[in-house]
Ligand binder design. Structure first.
Ligand SMILES: Nc1ncnc2c1ncn2[C@@H]1O[C@H](COP(=O)(O)OP(=O)(O)OP(=O)(O)O)[C@@H](O)[C@H]1O
Ligand SMILES: [Mg+2]
Length: 507
């Protein structure tokens, strides 16, 4: 892999930058440089300061001290738009789209083509179509962003970045919700931008992406730049050690499946939107069952429909033989089913409420939270601390609003909810999006533990290794239908991929 242009003058220099928040030093005297034509990866645990660093560079927030130079000149971007007008464009971890506007409007926001003082709709349309085609993203330009899935919104966010003139491109976990196929296209575009001298700052927790894309890697830990190293030939172990300061064992635990009686059944489900068509799955107590497929294949929609979030037009859902079709989410929680959605911002967490309240939400009606007509705040506090310890959440700040948490830590708070009390059926939808390697291992151990204690676990994931290592069986989805049920002894990558593009012959 070539190494950018090491003799070239840096495109961007960050010098001794610090950022204080009340009670937190998010960045501590960090220096960093970006060369033209290099992909510079920022790597570090959840809460290490990666997003804070790029927010400073992109003009979204301002440093407490230190300075930023672009091509040798000090710059102070007052806003993200000002940075963008200077060629510094960012794809943020938490999207900045306007949900009530269309895909097309969002992509062009702030820089619409104008003709004779009027917005030129035709020019906008053709420009948007060309950028979507270049990216190979299959998105309807007229759809309202609010109606899109998280992965589709990520695509809109990316398309917007690739539209303008670029000098510096910043990508904060751009593939978090994408499957490999969609991510491939993005990698091609990154390579293309790089060949044209664009400097790219790339945040990812995925070691495979680092191997594939990175020229240099800067490791952050607790707000400090621990080290900047050439990517070529660096081992995973070394990187993880730099990141966490310690050795780490295997990411995937060995899972003992003891499939017993079928607990959860969805039979012939069809959604009103057509996203799922006569799909059936069955999950037994004591096993983890994977749902695999491309974005929009119906893997997530099936569970959402079964769990009362999307309307059904046909089919039956049963728990332990009892029909629960069409029951409301609260009723399903009480019956012992919990669904952990992939979009922690839109439907998972109340961002402006404290961590503690977010955690206790599904269990407030029960002991130890409930005492008579009141909520026992002492018990709530105690429980919260227990859950946060179990989720290994650092820094532990139960009373802060989750808005102030790093992306990966928000994910932990959401998963912590499923620990408030035992459930019979757990459905995890992309549970490791945006979490660091150490946390990923902790989440896998946690899911394996649920299965071993006899729960039925459903794992919806675009991350194939996750499905292959953790599941007892998997269902593959394509175009709203189940195209295959893959048993344990055939659970390998080629078998699953083969079914990604198939359609079931007859329902
Ligand atoms: N608006 C804010 N108010 C208070 N603290 C904040 C705010 N934004 C970030 N922080 C804190 O700053 C630290 C760094 O957060 P940052 O989001 O940069 O982490 P990160 O490296 O991007 O993590 P992740 O991998 O989870 O996305 C964290 O402790 C976080 O809680
Ligand atoms: Mg982040």
């Amino acid at each position: 892999m070539e190494f950018g242009n090491l003799t070239a003058a840096p495109l961007l220099e960050v010098e001794g930058v610090s950022k204080h928040y009340p009670g937190v030093l998010a960045l501590d005297n960090v220096s960093f440089s970006l060369l033209p034509g290099e992909v510079h990866v920022l790597f570090g645990e959840n809460g290490a300061g990666k997003s804070t660093l790029i927010s400073l560079i992109s003009g979204a927030i301002h440093p407490t001290s230190g300075m930023i130079r672009m091509r040798g000149e000090p710059v102070h971007f007052a806003s993200v738009n000002e940075a963008r007008s200077r060629g510094v464009t960012t794809v943020f971890q938490e999207f900045s789209l306007i949900p009530t506007m269309t895909v097309e409007e969002n992509i062009c926001l702030g820089s619409e083509a104008v003709r004779r003082g009027m917005i030129d709709r035709r020019a906008i349309r053709s420009e948007v179509q060309s950028v979507l085609a270049r990216l190979g993203f299959d998105l309807p330009p007229h759809a309202l962003v609010a109606t899109l899935s998280r992965a589709e919104q990520q695509m809109v966010e990316i398309a917007r970045a690739f539209r303008g003139d670029l000098s510096v491109l910043i990508l904060d976990e751009p593939t978090a919700s994408l499957t490999d196929k969609e991510a491939e296209r993005l990698f091609d575009l990154v390579a293309h931008a790089k060949a044209h001298g664009v400097g790219i700052i790339y945040i990812t927790h995925r070691l495979r992406e680092i191997e594939r894309l990175a020229d240099r890697i800067t490791v952050l830990r607790e707000g400090k730049n621990i080290s900047t190293v050439p990517a070529h030939g660096i081992s995973e172990d070394r990187l993880v050690k730099l990141m966490s300061g310690r050795e780490m064992g295997a990411v995937f635990p060995a899972v003992t499946h003891r499939p017993a009686e079928p607990l959860f059944r969805a039979e012939g489900l069809t959604t009103r939107s057509g996203s799922v068509r006569s799909a059936s799955i069955e999950v037994r107590a004591g096993e983890i069952v994977g749902l695999a497929g491309l974005v929009g294949s119906g893997k997530s929609e099936l569970i959402r429909a079964a769990f009362g979030i999307e309307p059904l037009t046909a089919g039956r859902v049963t728990l332990n033989g009892q029909e629960i079709t069409g029951a409301r989410p609260q009723k399903l929680l009480d019956a012992g089913l919990i669904y952990l959605p992939p979009d922690r911002r839109a439907e998972g967490l109340a961002m402006m409420r404290p961590c503690r309240e977010n955690l206790s939400l599904p269990a407030l009606r029960q002991s130890p939270y409930r005492r008579g007509a009141f909520i026992d705040r002492r018990a709530e506090r105690r429980e919260t601390n227990r859950l946060l310890t179990e989720m290994e959440l650092y820094p532990m700040r139960p009373d802060s609003d989750v808005e102030a948490f790093s992306g990966g830590n928000q994910q932990k708070v959401m998963l912590g909810r499923s620990l408030t009390r035992p459930f019979l059926v757990y459905a995890f939808d992309e549970p490791t999006v945006g979490v660091d390697v150490g946390t990923r291992a902790a989440i896998y151990r946690f899911i394996a533990g649920l299965c071993e204690s006899g729960a039925a676990v459903i794992l919806i994931s675009s991350d194939l290794p996750e499905i292959l290592h953790l599941c007892n069986r998997a269902y593959v989805f394509a175009k709203g239908q189940v195209t295959a049920e893959v048993p344990a002894d055939q659970l390998d990558e080629p078998t699953i991929l083969k079914h990604f593009f198939e359609r079931e012959n007859a329902a």
